[in-house]
Design a protein around this ligand. Structure first.
Ligand code: NAP
Length: 282
C-alpha cells in the first residue's frame, strides 16, 4: 500500500505519513540500550514505503540522529525525506550554522530535506536566525526550512526575513489536543488557519496522543472505526490526514503499528464523519 503525498510550496511533495523518532535513542541524553530495536523499526518502516523521518538535534542529545544514520544505510538517499530541527536555544547566527553542521555529520548526509526551528526563542531576533537559515539554503546544506511550535504572530515575523517559503509548522495536534498543547495554544483556532492562508503545511506531532487515549470511552470513534474496519487509533490518525495540507509523524516501533498507520493513511473519511470527529472536542 502506498502513502499519499501532498504538493506544497516549491512543488515539494510531502508524504502524509512519516515516522517520528523522539525517545528512540534516549530523551535528553543518549540511551544506546535499545538501538538495534529502533534501527530495525525504522528500516522496517522504510521497507514498507515510508520515506519521511522526523528527528532533531535535541533527541537523545544527538544520538537519535546517529541512529537514523545507521537505519538509512543502503536506502536511496534521494528518495528519503529527512527532517531535523535546530533547538530553540541555538537560534543565534553561528549556533544555527554549527547545529546544522553537527546534524549533517551525525546523520552522515550532505543535506537535510527539511530543517525546522524546533521552538521559538524571543531573545534572538528572527532576522538573525533567518540570516543563518538563508545561508544554509544558499549553500544547499538544507533544501527547505520550516518551523515548529510557532504561533501565528511568530510565523508572520519569520516570513518578513526570507523570500523562501516556510514549508511546514510542526505543532502538537491530535483528536484530543486542539488548542491546549504543551507549548502552543490556539492551534486549531488561530495557528492552523493562519498557516493554511499562507500555504504552510501542518505537521502534527504527537498525533496519537502517545498511544494513551482510551477508545472504549469514545463510542463515536468506535462506531466510525467499525464502519471502516479499522482500529480507533487508525481513525484518530485518518482524521488528521483527511485535513487539508496536513501530515503526521507518529512514533511507531511495532511492525503492527507501522502497517496499521500506513493503512490509516489510505482511509478516506466522509464529510459527515469528519464533522462529527471535529465536534468531539472544542
Ligand atoms: N516538534 C516538537 O516539539 C515535537 C514534540 C514531540 C514529538 N515530536 C515528533 O513527533 C513524533 C510523534 O510524537 P510522539 O512520539 O510524542 O507520540 P505519538 O506518535 O502520538 O505516539 C507514539 C506512541 O503511539 C504508539 N502507536 C503508534 N502507532 C499506533 C497505532 N496504530 N495504534 C496504537 N498505538 C500506536 C507507539 O507505540 P510503538 O512505539 O510501540 O509502536 C508509541 O507508543 C515524535 O516521535 C517526534 O518525532 C515533535
Amino acid at each position: 500500500m502506498s502513502i499519499p503525498e501532498i504538493l506544497v510550496q516549491k512543488r515539494m511533495s510531502l508524504p502524509k505519513l512519516g515516522i517520528g523518532t523522539w525517545e528512540m535513542g534516549g530523551r535528553h541524553s543518549p540511551d544506546k540500550s535499545e538501538d538495534q530495536r529502533f534501527i530495525r523499526a525504522i528500516r522496517f518502516a522504510l521497507e514498507q514505503g515510508i520515506r519521511h523521518i522526523d528527528t532533531a538535534e535535541m533527541y537523545g542529545n544527538g544520538h537519535t540522529e546517529e541512529l537514523v544514520a545507521q537505519a538509512i544505510q543502503g536506502f536511496d538517499r534521494e528518495k528519503l525525506l529527512i527532517t531535523s530541527k535546530v533547538s530553540g536555544d541555538h537560534l543565534a547566527y553561528q549556533d544555527v550554522i554549527e547545529a546544522a553542521h553537527n546534524s549533517l555529520k551525525r546523520l552522515q548526509t550532505d543535506y537535510l530535506d527539511l530543517y525546522l526551528l524546533h521552538w521559538p526563542n524571543p531573545e534572538v531576533p528572527a532576522e538573525e536566525t533567518m540570516k543563518a537559515i538563508n545561508k544554509l539554503l544558499q549553500q544547499g546544506k538544507i533544501r527547505n526550512f520550516g518551523l515548529s511550535n510557532f504561533s501565528a504572530a511568530q510565523t508572520e515575523e519569520i516570513l518578513q526575513w526570507t523570500d523562501e517559503p516556510i514549508i511546514t509548522n510542526q505543532l502538537e495536534y491530535n483528536l484530543f489536543t486542539r488548542n491546549n498543547g504543551r507549548i502552543t495554544e490556539d492551534v486549531e483556532a488561530a495557528i492552523i488557519p493562519f498557516c493554511l492562508s499562507k500555504g504552510i503545511s501542518i505537521t502534527a506531532w504527537r498525533p496519537l496522543m502517545k498511544g494513551a487515549f482510551n477508545p472504549m470511552q469514545q463510542p463515536l470513534i468506535n462506531e466510525i472505526a467499525a464502519r471502516h474496519e479499522a482500529t480507533p487509533m487508525q481513525i484518530a490518525l485518518a482524521w488528521l490526514l483527511n485535513k487539508p495540507l496536513t501530515l503526521a509523524i507518529p512514533k511507531m516501533t511495532s511492525e503492527t503499528h507501522i502497517l496499521e498507520n500506513i493503512t490509516a493513511a489510505n482511509i478516506t473519511l466522509e464529510e459527515q464523519e469528519m464533522r462529527l470527529l471535529d465536534g468531539l472536542v472544542n
